[in-house]
Design a protein around this ligand. Structure first.
Ligand code: ARG
Length: 293
């Protein structure tokens, strides 16, 4: 195969350093407070990812960490940004409530005029994935189904609700990754353009085992050519990846995804984020995308 030539588009990301990262409580099956975290190593791994984005030509904004919010390093959860409009987060667990205001404040201070404080629980890009035509939205563990309607109204994009059924894959971004949003533009092309089955030609990879039978059928209908991940790569957090349209940064342990990605014309880049995995997150969880439209 390898006929397709993929092209990267420059992205703007928001990351928060793991300054106060620790696992002092457990709100997902990956978190074990008895397992020590090597904070220096967490820092080095996080910096490696940040520097890699920059070396690829992307902009990385840094949100300062807060000492009382150890999960803040998972910056993808703080908001969803589409066409420059910001839907703030509302967290499911008390341990993370405080992060929402810190994020909203950052956006207000950085030139984002439309910042909505949500009515319903949503954990940002943990459960919202953006294609040119749609918002794919996870529910079942964290984000409320009511947040889906709220997001659809706010972003004026149809929401495809997807039911997560395995507690290890408690956020959509642990089980599905948008490799190419389609529509010709990063996350914001012509809605429905192209008429391809993937809604503007969006491409995704996902782990079917994380979804209900009905949601698996929905994904198969929308994305018949999707890259299907197996359980070993899902457990290695291989779906928790970030794509710029060409480069796909993903946990290096997800070895089974590298060749299928290459066959589709992508360039996989393995990252080592083992310390952050102790909090239940990897590449995508620590990366918020600022889609200016
Ligand atoms: N410890 C965090 C939590 O359970 C990890 C969040 C991971 N973030 C993500 N986008 N999946 O909330």
């Amino acid at each position: 195969m390898r006929t397709l030539r993929r092209s990267a588009t420059p992205r703007r990301y928001l990351m928060c350093p793991p300054t106060y990262f620790r696992v002092s409580y457990s709100i997902n099956p990956w978190m074990d407070p008895d397992k020590p975290v090597d904070l220096a190593l967490a820092h080095a791994q996080w910096e490696d990812l940040r520097d890699r984005y920059r070396a690829l030509g992307h902009t990385v904004e840094e949100l300062p960490a807060h000492p009382a919010l150890p999960d803040m390093v998972f910056a993808a959860n703080g908001a969803t940004v589409v066409d420059g409009r910001v839907l703030g987060a509302r967290f499911a667990f008390a341990e993370r409530y405080g992060e929402a205001a810190v994020h909203a404040e950052w956006y207000r201070g950085h030139g984002f005029d439309a910042v909505r404080e949500p009515r319903h629980v949503n954990e940002g890009e943990g459960d919202f994935a953006v294609t040119a035509s749609w918002l794919l939205a996870g529910r079942g563990f964290r984000s409320s189904p009511l947040s889906h309607a709220e997001a659809q109204e706010y972003f004026a994009r149809p929401v495809i609700g997807l039911d997560l059924v395995d507690p290890r894959y408690y956020h959509l971004d642990t089980a599905l990754c948008v490799l190419d949003p389609g529509g010709g533009e990063p996350g914001g092309g012509a809605p429905g353009g192209g008429g391809a089955p993937g809604g503007g030609g969006a491409e995704v990879m996902y782990f079917p085992g994380a979804f209900s039978a009905g949601s698996r059928a929905v994904l198969a209908r929308l994305f018949p050519d999707a890259l299907i991940a197996g359980p070993a790569d899902a457990t290695a957090f291989g779906l928790n990846a970030v794509s710029d349209g060409r480069h796909v940064l993903l946990p290096q342990a997800a070895v089974g995804l590298f060749e299928p990605l290459r066959e589709r014309g992508y360039e996989p880049i393995g990252m080592d984020l083992t310390e952050l995995l102790k909090g239940g997150g990897s590449v995508k969880c620590v990366t918020g995308e600022l889609r200016l439209g």
